[in-house]
Write a protein that binds this ligand. Sequence first.
Ligand code: PMP
Length: 600
Amino acid sequence: MSNAINDPQGLPDVHALEKLANAYFSALPGNYNAADVPSAELLPHSNNQIQENSTFTHSPSAIYQGNAIDLSDPQTSLPDSNGLGLGHVPKSTAGSGGPSGNFNTAKQANNPFNISSLLPFEADQPYEKELQKALASVSSYSPSSQLPFNPSAILSENSYYFSSGIQFVTSADTQNSGRYGNGVVTGKSQPSFNVNLIRNDFPLLSEQVNGKPLIWLDNAATTQKPRQVIDRLNYFYAHENSNIHRAAHELAARSTDAYEGARQKVQRFINARSPNEIVFVRGTTEAINLVANSWGDEYLQQGDEIILTHLEHHANIVPWQLLAKKKGLKIRVIPVDDDGQLLLDEYAKLLNPRTKLVSFTLVSNALGTITPAKQIVAMAHAAGAKVLADGAQSVSHIRTDVQALDADWFVFSGHKVFGPTGIGILYGKEDLLNSTQPYQGGGNMIEDVTFEHTQFHQAPARFEAGTGNIADAVGLGAAIDYVQKIGIDNIYQYEHYLLDYASHKLAQIPGLRPIGTAPDKTSVLSFVLDGFTTAEVGEALSREGIAVRSGHHCAQPILRRFGLEATVRPSLAFYNTCAEVDTLVAVVGGLKSAKQIYFH
Ligand code: PMP
């Protein structure tokens, strides 16, 4: 098959590529149609029946064949399969309430099959390898990374994600260039994508609102979910639901594998050293409160100082204020310039031997500013302070590499990265997590309890008291798979162009004042419009089916820095299009003439 891809000069044959790509994408779980798959033999484990009206090709029992946790000896130490010193299976004595601390899934440890290749959500699709090979030859041969952006290419009706008409992200462009100086590494040659096909994966994007097709531009508040995530949640409750780690039965093994598998997906996604550094929490807010109430409460003392930035979301202000009041701490704030960029020289002046923590956002939710994260972390560490990085607004837009960033904690919410609500991540360096007191006490986080004394597990169980949000953790794993299939660098590149396109068009509307004009920005297009309240603009847009946030965005200090109490805030994701931006611009631009109709 791969021979047919290249012509005698070694250049790719566009028709062959198109055919390959069509076959590939029609076989993706969300687009699955049994009739499109040429041969059942090409599917992994094709001995299973394809279920009617189902995206899954595998029976649950086939999926979990050979997958049971060995419960006969809950202390069993297993081979260290990944070289990270994770040698223990969950200690699954019924009702005892806990694993042995460091997790290693039954899947990794005890399974002669590669179970992950059996799960429908995780399996490589037919043609994927051939397609990637073909695309690699295109990107290494093509000088197209130099092509100027052409929005119409993205709006074209090509029936495959990858179009040779669009630019490629090349490693020369972006590889570890520190383009934003933020430890967020972009890179690796990856093809661009066709947004129209991607949109098919998101059922809600086909919704009508007020009689108009929905235009979802409230992505900074939450993102829509692809079918792959929705199906994964459904599958969990239909085939895997059980409490984890605790019981000596098959379903406990399934749910434990699914949950711990999701932890490993997160680990790889953010490039943490070990799954033990990944704690499941409710979201960014809970993660920050966890650090404040565990590490902060244990290690900070009267007179210590915490540095925040003027850009912070309330979730990264209020927990520190509560702690400061309780312990007599001082909070200091890095100011911004009129574009919304942090003033690093002012930051340098704030650092001193009393500084114990710097807590900052990678991307401002109100302005879209990308902060110089790597520099912020390095400066804090040089002053002897710990660093918490809030990735709530960065994680769906720019590559995360926690090792390159070197922050002590990194936090984000699943719902901002196409995953479910009610699940989020606290990453912490392993030694730091293990030398920090727990946040909450209860089942699941203990080694041993007497009425006099409790011995806690190591991380991550140490910080996961009680029954967690198992299904949504699994759903977050599916969201990460989805993002990685598209490629975070492709997402970044596409959104970057879309943001430029939208900023340029909005700026031409008379009376519109953009708020947040830093050169390094992502996703967010805050503005105010002369003669209209932000609520009026939001309502007018909603009448046209356009969802944007208008208000203070839980970031009152930064809006007040610009003399405002509220802005209108359209925010983009990779499934938005230039056509949607055009509609936004037309409605906002037409508001003055429509004022009579709408507001009188
Ligand atoms: N930090 C930032 C930068 C955010 O944008 C948000 C959500 N808007 C949060 C923290 C809080 O996230 P969550 O509500 O999911 O806990």
